[in-house]
Write a protein of this length. Structure first.
Length: 367
């Protein structure tokens, strides 16, 4: 029971850490975090499962990859892994080990499970399930052939010659941490299913190769994010020319028409359309101003931040925020004919900042 409690606490701590990381992410990014491309390098260890001592046939391995993350949740890569391997044969009189080389080229699909959690959309962490298919090319199996010939008992009758081609089916898991805009580090473990006799032994089933690697990736190809700033019309006050200014006395005097306006920004919490108590005073100010300007009209435009949720949900939130504010203005005594409602969803972030873009912008004006 104590162990279960400890594991539960660790799991909660991990979730809290991931959420905190996401919330700490810079909300004012000047680029769209997805899609992007990447190139990566990895290095680690590998072994092919066999009846020989696994510890004695572990070798180094290296990988290079090129790919793209199309969304927070889904991506793909071309992954090349190799190039050293070992096999072993255990006989009563002694053990034999043999070396050979291989290269595996795979097309992998990548699914980030954290990409399905809206609150972790901007988390620097990624947990990727990997599935792929490709071609394995092995060569330089002379050691196994030499052992078989020297024993004269043909104990390695399945030792292949020349170049051996095999399918490769891969499943794996990768944990990735973004260090900066362009760099991330990762740790990955994969299980690769290869055709029988890859290790010069017949088992009447696929051979399995296990790899474990750490590496770095360079991310690039981000699209620049642009924000549309709200247009606020300044008040134009009546004025008089300075008495000493040069004027044409017989020219008609054009009187500038006074434009009066009031703007209030009503901010909302993430995923909410209800107006907080601290924001209601702004709506009361708008209502009072409209009552003192009986011919004025008011527009309410709802917004949502692009940093959380998805376009469909954000369109719903933005519309709901605008309609909530419009309803309160109407309940304050302003006729619906004077109120217009609009919604921009998450297509326009008026202030470039996620938090400030969860807003309904209220502009009342009279000409």
């Amino acid at each position: 029971m104590k162990t279960k409690k400890i594991l539960a606490m660790l799991f909660m701590a991990l979730c809290g850490s991931l959420t905190a990381s996401a919330q700490a992410e810079d909300a004012g990014l000047d680029y769209k975090p997805f899609p992007y491309m990447f190139v990566g390098l990895q290095g680690g260890m590998q072994t092919t499962l066999t009846n020989y001592s696994q510890a004695d046939i572990i070798t180094g391995t290296a990988s290079a990859s090129f790919g793209a993350m199309f969304t927070r949740a889904f991506g793909a890569r071309l992954h090349v892994n190799g190039a050293w391997n070992k096999g072993g044969l255990s006989l009563p009189e002694r053990d034999y080990r043999y070396d050979y080389n291989y290269i595996t080229t795979d097309i992998d699909l990548m699914m980030n499970v954290l990409g399905f959690i809206p609150s972790l959309k901007y988390s620097p962490w990624g947990i990727y399930a990997i599935a792929g298919v490709g071609l394995n090319t092995a060569w330089n199996n002379d050691d196994a052939r030499t052992i078989n010939n020297s024993l004269g008992a043909n104990v390695l009758t399945d030792a292949w010659t020349g170049t051996k081609f095999s399918h490769n089916l891969r499943v794996g898991l990768m944990v990735d941490y973004r260090i900066s805009k362009h760099w991330s580090m990762n740790i990955e473990a994969d299980a690769n299913s290869l055709s029988d006799r890859f290790n010069s032994k017949r088992s009447d089933c696929d051979d399995w190769q296990i790899t474990a690697q750490v590496g770095f990736a360079y991310r690039f190809g981000y699209k620049k994010r642009t924000y549309t700033e709200p247009v606020v019309v300044a008040s134009v006050e009546e004025y008089q020319e300075d008495a000493n200014a040069d004027v044409v006395t017989d020219a008609p005097v054009v009187q500038a028409k006074k434009l009066e306006q009031i703007q209030k920004d009503i901010f909302f919490k993430i995923g909410k359309t209800e107006v907080e108590d601290g924001e209601r005073g702004k709506i009361d100010d708008v209502i009072a101003w409209l009552k003192s300007h009986p011919t004025a009209t008011v527009s309410v435009t709802g917004h949502a931040d692009a940093g959380t949720g998805n376009a469909e949900k954000n369109a719903k939130y933005a519309r709901g925020r605008a309609e909530t504010v419009a309803k309160l203005i109407n309940e304050g005594g302003i006729d619906l004919s004077r109120i217009t409602v609009d919604s921009k969803g998450d297509t326009v972030m008026p202030y470039g900042d996620n938090e400030k873009s969860r807003v309904a912008i209220v502009i009342a004006e009279e000409q």
